[in-house]
Design a protein around this ligand. Structure first.
Ligand code: NIG
Ligand code: FE
Length: 419
């Protein structure tokens, strides 16, 4: 007998229906059903529609009933770009940035990512597992049911594999689904200082093949940035990863305009991320080739940099997703409410576009739009209930977490205490 769940009377059931990333005006179409209901069997959505229609079509008594009267119900949020698994913190560096130092100044002085690499190399797998559990708990409370996590605080075979293996274990143990990205090219470690090409050779020969063989990651990402990895070095790594079956992602044009967006289009990357300084030509090439733009407004906010040009990208036909970029340096925040507020107020994205960017387009950015990111027949029963009747409250209730209940694969996995 299948385990069944009925959700009924949702003031607004936001389905976000679709199996592919949406671009242009389609980002506005979030498929709202008023007074909506869902019927799930064994964690999979089997029926979606108006409450009266769904109730008329069921004969069995459901195992679980959720009454969503007065609440907006949306697909669980997907956070498609984070570096959530790291040891140690860099609060002091943040205080230096408040004083006027730039992110790159600190990195050039030997701080930044390398600082977190030191702590993460030292941490045991068990310690990282415990850290990861707590961070995923927090993300879940913001309605995140799937998260992408990048390695890149190991920068050697043993420590990169440790990070990816711990993320695989977290995926098994925690309700939040964890999608893994290999990002060995996140920074040049101290032992390869001044020898970036040799470090790229090392990653290509000694790390990437292990990651691929052991199926530890679905994606490969590179910090393609002036003073870190050049376009040429990024191309070498990403095309090698593609030939081993990993899809490419690029940290592109975050600090300066370097041609990361163009590279993503050229090699057929799934996504280009950050894009604060992406050129017009790069954005047009992304639109032509269907590269998803993963935008990270909380990082621009924390770095006091200009926001990515979401409006221009959407109007140019680029599918846009949003993410937190949760990491110990440029953005120590897993706050979805912050991302939503910034996207609405500073990136000229509409509430509906923001919902698309955090659900179906974010699911597409982690290669899972066939299973998650929308509420429709055949998809996983991942959804959130807000303590408001409409998605319009997401940006309106500025900076506040509106998520009251989270369901993952048909199980209630989070309920916020009443406030
Ligand atoms: O997305 N830019 C590179 N990676 C992160 C920052 C990582 C860190 O500072 O630890 C980012 O901004
Ligand atoms: Fe990042």
């Amino acid at each position: 007998m299948a385990k069944t769940l009925l959700l009924k009377n949702a003031a607004e059931l936001v389905t976000c229906r679709g199996h592919a990333p949406k671009c242009g005006p389609a980002m506005q179409d979030i498929g709202i059903i008023e007074d909506g209901a869902l019927w799930l069997e064994d964690g999979i959505i089997r029926k979606v529609g108006a409450t009266a229609e769904i109730l008329a079509g069921i004969s069995a008594t459901p195992d679980t009933v959720i009454d969503a009267t007065g609440r907006c119900v949306l697909p669980g949020f997907v956070d498609p770009h984070t570096h959530f698994l790291f040891a140690g913190h860099r609060a002091e560096e943040f205080s230096w940035r408040l004083r006027g130092d730039t992110y790159m100044d600190i990195m050039e002085r030997g701080g930044g990512i390398i600082n977190s690499v030191r702590a993460t190399r030292q941490a045991s797998a068990d310690e990282l597992l415990a850290i990861g559990q707590r961070r995923l708990d927090s993300m879940l409370s913001f309605g995140v049911t799937t998260v992408e996590g990048k390695s890149g605080y190991g920068l050697d075979a043993v420590s990169e594999l440790k990070q990816l293996t711990v993320m695989a274990e977290l995926d098994r143990q925690h309700p939040v689904e964890v999608v893994r990205t290999f990002m060995g090219a996140h920074a040049v470690p101290a032992e390869y200082k001044g020898r970036t090409d040799e470090f790229v050779d090392y990653l290509l020969q000694d790390v990437l093949p292990l990651v691929a063989e052991q199926r530890l990651a679905d994606f490969c990402d590179v910090f393609c940035e002036k003073g870190v990895f050049s376009v040429e070095q990024s191309r070498r790594l990403l095309t090698a990863a593609q030939s081993l079956g990993l899809q490419a992602k690029v940290h592109a044009d975050e600090i300066v305009t370097l041609g990361g967006a163009e590279l993503a289009a050229e090699i057929g990357a799934l996504s280009a991320e950050h894009l604060l300084h992406a050129s017009d030509a790069g954005i047009r090439r992304m639109a032509e080739t269907g590269v998803i733009a993963v935008l990270l407004p909380a990082t621009a906010f924390c770095l006091r940099e200009p926001y990515a040009r979401a409006r221009f990208m959407i109007d140019s036909g680029v599918p846009v997703a949003l993410a937190t970029d949760f990491n110990p340096g440029s953005c120590f925040s897993e706050s979805i409410p912050l991302v939503i507020a910034l996207a609405a107020l500073y990136m000229q994205m509409t509430p509906a576009e923001i919902v698309t960017a955090l659900t179906i387009n974010a699911a597409a950015a982690v290669g899972r739009a066939d299973r998650i990111g929308s509420l429709e027949t055949g998809k996983q029963g991942d959804f959130v209930l807000l303590d408001h009747p409409s998605h319009l409250y997401l940006p309106y209730h500025a900076g506040v977490n509106c998520v009251a209940t989270v369901v993952k694969r048909g199980e209630i996995v989070y309920e916020r205490p009443m406030r």
